[in-house]
Design a protein around this ligand. Structure first.
Ligand code: F0G
Length: 462
């Protein structure tokens, strides 16, 4: 008798569309003009001129009818808004942290946490840097050290948990600097700069054991914690029958606190928080938030924003939501793979990352292959993506360019915003650009701002 193989069923959106936002359709000529005016930098395009916007998944989510209804329940009191208590309850219920302070977005929480926990000369290990997180650590006097596994730097390596921390690297740091110099380890869920790659529960548990023995805290960058949970459920033994909600809560349980940009996983357009279990740190943070964000019961947010966030957190940990969310990213990634487009693998959680070095092998890295590829995709179809390569990496303290291993174009998928037909259009456009890739010439940088140059740099065609 033949064994019965369960046929894989398609995912579909666990919602229907109630309101739509009309988009402007442009011609190729109009798009060419727009990108030249923007100095070949997709950050300098007007959003109006964009058809499908894959610049970021941050603050670009579609809220549910429940969240929109929540906006009407905004209690805009200066102190003690009831929406603050709803948010506090949601953080306790879904993440399990004892104390929570709202902030205007993720970097607001990073600022406060870094100022409290980091002393001059401290070392902060992390699984690959994120721009704002590292900057706040450095501004507080700390030095970030990358302790992600080596596999994360190779776009073709198929390791299922490329966000994992190399415990040997952490041990070596403890040996070199002593645990007193390491206030905490920053652990990101689905590592953004590595292509949305997850960390396994096994790795996090082992890190907990190691840090406990040395009295070092773990702070979670929980910006994409539910997407990370999806991959644990899919790939890690023992988690296949657990819910996303249970995996999220377990993840948080091995950490001492977290910073959150709710503009991603938590399905809102603005907001974030700092969560912590230590009462003393909480008291200091609730004092400091008054200086930088607002009173500890609003932290720079309107009451209605806290309400939308509280509801969004609950929706974000639903299995149906996450199946459709990652299902859509995978759908696009598989299509591109089938067409032979070189992308970072395994496919990550919040987007597809095209390997521009392999896409445009005739261009040298200082001819900005990822920057020009993002521009060419925009000209072809009005799809806006972003560069994650040599422009984003910037310069070192001596003023020399960093030459990062990964030269990528990020196609970031906003949550609950685009349809499968949009994904088809995106894939067709990239295939078209790929067919004509030999004709693509590099760029020359003609304006370079001092800080975070990728946002505002301008280029000219060679
Ligand atoms: N941590 C991670 C992993 C992030 O991806 C971001 C933002 C932040 C922290 C900072 O949060 O923007 O709310 O202050 N990432 C966005 C992006 C900007 O496009 O990847 P924020």
């Amino acid at each position: 008798m033949k064994a019965k193989v369960a046929k894989k069923r398609s995912w579909a959106e666990p919602y229907k569309i109630k309101m739509v936002e009309l988009l402007k359709m442009t011609t190729k000529e109009q798009r060419k003009k727009a990108i030249v005016e923007a100095g070949y930098n997709t950050f300098l395009l007007k959003s109006e001129d964009v058809y499908i916007d894959l610049l970021t998944d941050s603050g670009t989510n579609a809220m549910s009818d429940q969240q929109w209804a929540g906006l009407m329940l905004g209690d805009e009191a200066y102190a003690g808004s009831k929406n603050f208590y709803h948010l506090d309850d949601a953080v306790k219920k879904y993440y399990g942290y004892k104390y929570m302070i709202p902030t205007h977005q993720g970097r607001g929480a990073e600022n406060i946490l870094s100022k409290i926990l980091i002393k001059q000369g401290d070392v902060i290990p992390g699984n690959m840097y994120f721009t704002t997180t590292r900057l706040h650590q450095e501004l507080a006097g700390g030095n970030f050290v990358d302790v992600i596994i080596d596999e994360a730097h190779d776009s073709t390596n198929l390791h299922p948990f490329k966000g994992n921390i190399d415990l040997k690297k952490v041990e070596a740091l403890i040996k070199k600097h002593g645990s007193k110099k390491i206030p905490y380890i920053c652990v990101a869920t689905t590592v953004n700069m590595a292509g949305g790659q997850p960390i396994s529960m096994e790795n996090l548990k082992a890190l907990r054991k190691l840090t406990k023995a040395h009295g070092i805290k773990i702070i979670l960058d929980m910006t994409r914690v539910a997407e990370n949970a999806y991959f644990i459920k899919e790939r890690e033994k023992g988690y296949e029958n657990k819910s996303i909600a249970a995996i999220v809560k377990e993840t948080c349980s091995y950490t001492d606190g977290a910073t959150m940009s709710a503009k991603k996983d938590a399905l809102v357009n603005i907001g974030g928080f700092l969560a912590i279990n230590d009462k003393d740190v909480y008291e200091e943070a609730s004092n400091m938030v008054v200086v930088y964000e607002g009173l500890h019961t609003y932290g720079g947010l309107a009451g209605r924003d806290m309400e939308a966030m509280a509801i969004g957190i609950g929706e974000s940990v639903s299995d149906e939501h996450m199946n459709a969310r990652i299902g859509q990213v995978l759908y696009l990634g598989e299509k591109l793979k089938e067409a032979g487009i070189p992308i970072v693998e395994p496919i990550g959680g919040h987007g597809i990352f095209i390997d521009a070095k392999r896409f445009l092998p005739h261009l040298k890295q200082d001819q900005f292959p990822a920057q020009v590829l993002a521009a060419e995709i925009f000209i072809d179809s009005g799809v806006r993506t972003m560069e994650r390569g040599i422009v984003s990496a910037g310069r070192n303290s001596k003023g020399e360019n960093y030459y990062p291993e990964l030269e990528l174009v990020r196609l970031t998928i906003p949550r609950r915003v685009y349809t499968q037909a949009h994904m088809d259009v995106i894939a067709e456009s990239i295939e078209n650009v790929y067919e004509n890739r030999n004709k693509i010439k590099g760029l020359k940088m003609v304006y370079e701002p001092k800080y975070l140059r990728f946002f505002q740099a301008k280029f000219r065609k060679l």
